[in-house]
Design a protein around this ligand. Structure first.
Ligand SMILES: Cc1cc2nc3c(=O)[nH]c(=O)nc-3n(C[C@H](O)[C@H](O)[C@H](O)COP(=O)(O)O)c2cc1C
Length: 169
């Protein structure tokens, strides 16, 4: 017996993708003295040698053209305590950095305080893909510290969750 194939309806497509649990990152950069960033779930690893990672970004993104201009970005992997940071950087506008503590990475990208981990990247390639762009970065530096006791921020079926909450449920 085969499963039936029908046209892919956007809402059902989104719902299906929601079943894939992931961490959450904020992709940041710095250009013309201004920090830039947006919340990004589509981060993944690509290659070990050379070390490559990737994310996809909406063509309508305000931040990405400026990240492209800088030619570099940091991946801030969020901890379970950073739901507010994820929400703040998912909004389009000027106030994304209000109240956010950060310092510069070796490449000059903003590293958000208390992130679980970070990777510092140079843009290696960019590919058009439907209404998104796939961006590939070559990793040039990493957080030298491992905060093993901290939980990651997770996203599943359109909601934030963390490992502790899920294992206790
Ligand atoms: C949990 C979560 C995950 C997201 N993942 C992505 C993503 O992978 N790619 C993307 O382009 N936008 C993603 N977004 C949406 C952007 O964060 C949002 O559109 C933001 O306003 C973009 O900012 P910008 O226009 O300054 O680039 C995500 C939002 C949330 C809440």
């Amino acid at each position: 017996m085969s499963l039936t194939r029908s046209a892919i309806e956007p809402l059902r497509f989104r719902e299906a993708l929601g079943h894939y649990a992931s961490g959450i990152t904020v992709i940041t950069s710095h250009v013309d003295g201004e920090p830039i960033g947006f919340t990004c779930q589509s981060f993944y690893s690509v290659s070990m040698s050379p070390p490559l990672v990737s994310f996809s970004v909406k063509r309508s993104s305000y931040s990405y053209p400026r990240i492209r201009q800088a030619g570099r970005f940091a991946v801030n992997i969020l901890s379970g305590e950073q739901v507010g940071i994820s929400d703040q950087f998912a909004r389009q506008g000027e106030d994304k950095w209000r109240g956010v503590e950060w310092q510069e990475s070796p490449l000059g990208n903003p590293i958000i305080a208390d992130s679980l981990h970070w990777l510092d990247c140079e843009i290696h390639a960019e590919h058009a893909a439907g209404d998104h762009l796939i961006v590939i970065g070559e990793v040039k530096a990493l957080n030298p510290r491992d905060i093993a006791a901290t939980q990651p921020l997770l996203y599943f079926k359109g909601q934030y969750c963390n490992l502790t909450a899920r294992s206790a449920a």
